[in-house]
Design a protein around this ligand. Structure first.
Ligand SMILES: [Zn+2]
Length: 376
């Protein structure tokens, strides 16, 4: 023990971890810079770099230009030293992604197989996953785990889907998938997985409301960089915020939920056509489409107004519809919120993220990456 109460072994582990984290954050550094910034001796840094290189976690990645003295080696992490896989289970298809330690997508695939609550289905997912993983070649040895995003709330231990009305999957268990997936697995509510991607990509988010404009609406509440799932893992279900108790019937059995006004499916229904065609006509300035779009934005503004009264924070629009949004839409939405909000709205409070439909699969995969980065 030293005077900090730590054993030599613990100090060595912390030094190694600090060196790795610094290289990870900087992406490319020299040994001298590591020693300088971490206030470690060059001998300690050299020793840790040697261990990390032997373990395959870092590599030399070229040289810095000489400024008179010797050229310095540039050091980077090996981003594929560990990888993670994400699956997003949807009604008509599932998405697969493989991501590296920076969360970059290495490979993606969409499999058009309809969901069913059965072992047969889980086996099909397992078989497609095995083929997908085979195409990764030697990288498949580096898989940390498989995150499974699904449109349903999970039990707090993430073993069972506790509420899966939309997919008719209530009661489905992680064990059903685990039989066909030879890696550590984890179930995640797709909205939580999407919010996870927002947190990963925006390090300055503190508190935020995430509106996920998917075919079915999703939502998440982030407070102090934590996704709030509440007492029964149902916190942040913005899709069932009631806009009108006499409104259209929602799949939850109640009426007038935000889902029935602002999901991409409800917009498609109001448009009476596929959204590609709808947005094309809208951007050409056709009256009917403008009217439908304004009604859509007004409902969204109403939800934002009510929620920002409770949580005075940033609003992030994400998901399937997000790539179609243009700055004028956000300006109009902010204006609509201003008109009905008691305290107004800070300019720039509403922002858009463009991860699109692969966000839930990516977010589910990120769990294993974050865990790895915490423990190395
Ligand atoms: Zn509902």
């Amino acid at each position: 023990m030293n005077n900090t109460g730590m054993t030599t072994l613990e100090v060595k582990k912390i030094n190694k971890s600090k060196v790795y984290q610094f290289i990870y954050d900087q992406q490319s550094v020299s040994k001298q810079l590591i020693a300088q910034e971490l206030q470690m001796s060059l001998t300690t840094v050299t020793h840790n770099l040697k261990i990390l290189e032997e373990e395959g976690f870092i590599e030399k990645s070229g040289q810095y230009r000489s400024t008179g003295g010797r050229k310095a080696n540039a050091i980077s992490i090996v981003a594929t030293a560990r990888i993670s896989v994400g699956i997003d289970i949807l009604k008509e298809m599932f998405h697969l992604v493989a991501i590296d330690l920076y969360g970059n997508i290495l490979k993606k695939e969409t499999v058009p197989i309809a969901f069913s609550f059965s072992l047969d289905y889980c086996e099909q997912v397992g078989n497609h996953l095995a083929t997908f993983i085979d195409t990764l070649g030697p990288l498949k040895e580096n898989i940390l785990g498989v995150g499974i995003a699904i449109q349903g709330h999970t039990s707090p231990d993430r073993q069972i889907i506790s509420y899966g009305t939309l997919m008719n999957c209530t009661g489905m268990s992680l064990k059903m998938f685990e039989q066909f997936i030879p890696y550590p697995c984890r179930l995640e509510h797709d909205s939580t997985a999407t919010a996870y991607v927002e947190l990963w990509s925006q390090k300055d988010i503190k508190d935020a409301l995430v509106f996920i404009l998917n075919r079915n609406f999703g939502g998440a509440v982030i407070i102090d960089r934590k996704i709030q799932t509440g007492l029964g893992m149902r916190g942040g279900s913005l899709e069932h915020l009631c806009l009108d108790p006499n409104g259209p019937k929602c799949y939850c059995g109640k009426k007038g939920c935000l889902e029935t006004y602002c999901s991409a499916d409800s917009l498609k229904q109001a448009a009476g056509e596929e959204l590609e065609g709808f947005f094309r006509k809208l951007r050409k300035g056709q009256k009917k489409q403008i009217s439908i779009w304004h009604t859509y934005l007004q409902h969204l503004a109403f939800a934002i107004r009510n929620l920002t009264v409770v949580l005075d924070c940033q609003v992030i629009l994400s998901g399937f519809l997000a790539p179609w949004l243009v700055p004028e839409d956000i300006e109009l939405l902010e204006h609509m919120v201003q008109e009905i909000a008691p305290f107004g709205l800070e300019k720039g409070s509403i922002c858009v993220n463009h991860y699109g439909q692969l966000a839930p699969a990516t977010g589910a995969a990120l769990y294993y990456i974050e865990e790895f980065l915490k423990t190395i």
